[in-house]
Ligand binder design. Structure first.
Ligand SMILES: C[S@@+](CC[C@H](N)C(=O)[O-])C[C@H]1O[C@@H](n2cnc3c(N)ncnc32)[C@H](O)[C@@H]1O
Length: 243
């Protein structure tokens, strides 16, 4: 069971993405809980102001520290059990290893920035971890938060029907996954590889490993440098290189 608390100026954005398919089922089974909090509800002044002009001048607005601090204090009572994450393009690059690490947390608070981002004191005084979903700038932290929730939730035990697919997924062992095919075996002359129809489990496993190594070498050679490869894998790669 994992609980996400989302702090956002636009919590309505989260209303539909988790109402379908696997994550909907996970919520119904009580494996996933998503709680939305509008940062504006924690602004105390008459106009419920959540942003202000930057000290030192310059364009854009900065999200104020007080409403975010009040929101966190009111929803987090025992700091030890909770990981507080800021979505920011300046954070560590999100990947499958981080998703796996986060999937062992019982509760994660996600703070979504907007405009020029949040007052630096949010980062220095309130946050445990900063996460970026990639080297590009989005308008707000809501879609990045959705990406993190989706990737983390599917790794929570019981969320996927077939737990094997988590183990075999691309990147779970540092390589891209082998190709998949389903019926029909022949469509317009586009044939499924013979070995997959053979019923020979050992040959199928060997073919899948080879394809996984081949496509990782082709599409993401950077991954091969970090992957934990056996002697046999290295032999296969050599033979792929020789063509
Ligand atoms: C326009 S961005 C602000 C960028 C900020 N001025 C900077 O240069 O770091 C507004 C908000 O969108 C979110 N955001 C934008 N790009 C992101 C990314 N690649 N990963 C995670 N969050 C991102 C953050 O919450 C950020 O506070």
């Amino acid at each position: 069971m994992i609980r996400f608390d989302i702090l956002s100026l636009f919590p309505e954005m989260f209303e539909s993405p988790f109402h379908y398919s696997i994550l909907k089922r996970a919520k119904e089974k009580g494996l996933l809980d998503i709680c939305l909090h509008n940062i504006r509800d924690y602004a105390e002044d008459k106009h419920r102001v959540t942003d202000d002009a930057p000290y030192g001048g310059g364009g854009g607005m900065v999200m104020k520290v007080e409403p975010i601090e009040r929101a966190i204090s009111s929803i987090v009572h025992h700091r030890d059990d909770v990981l507080i994450v800021l979505l920011t393009p300046q954070g560590e690059l999100f990947n499958q290893d981080i998703a796996r690490e986060l999937s062992s947390c019982s509760r994660i608070v996600l703070v979504c920035g907007h405009y020029e981002g949040v007052d630096e004191r949010v980062r220095t005084c309130l946050i445990d971890r900063e996460i970026s979903i990639g080297d590009y700038i989005m308008t707000g932290g809501e879609i990045p938060a959705m990406v993190v929730i989706d990737a983390v939730s599917r790794l929570v035990p019981g969320v996927l029907g077939n737990d094997e697919s988590v183990v075999m997924d691309s990147l779970s062992d540092g390589l891209l996954e082998y190709p998949h095919y389903t019926r029909p075996a022949n469509y317009r002359g586009w044939q499924v590889p013979e070995v997959l129809l053979s019923g020979n489990h050992r040959d199928i496993q060997a073919w899948r490993r080879r394809e996984s190594l081949r496509r990782t070498r082709l599409k993401r050679p950077d991954l091969l440098k970090k992957a934990d490869l056996s002697g046999k894998d290295k032999e296969i790669l050599e033979s792929i290189k020789k063509g």
